[in-house]
Write a protein of this length. Structure first.
Length: 92
């Protein structure tokens, strides 16, 4: 897979911003089929930084009740990437 197909977008929340400032970890929404080694290579290729580690989360959205029945929530995958202390990713 190409790097832009693996990394979908950065996740910008209060918790993600706090992790960025305190421990140099960046959160991205990634493709559901992406493996940790692919995520590491994609971040290194796109942002030109040294990646020390990758943690992933499979997040399932809640099911919703509509008048025509139950609809399953979409499952998304997030990757929390730890970057070398001397490197920085400029998201904005």
């Amino acid at each position: 897979m190409h790097a832009t197909h693996i990394i979908r977008r950065p996740v910008v929340t209060e918790k993600a911003s706090y992790q960025t400032g305190e421990s140099n970890r960046y959160t991205f929404e990634v493709a559901g089929t992406a493996r940790k080694d692919q995520i590491k290579a994609a971040v290194q290729d796109l942002y030109k930084v040294r990646v020390l580690g990758v943690s992933t989360q499979n997040r399932k959205a809640r099911d919703r009740q509509y008048k025509y029945g139950m609809v399953a929530g979409a499952t998304t995958k997030r990757a929390i990437v730890k970057v070398h202390p001397e490197d920085k990713i400029e998201l904005f």
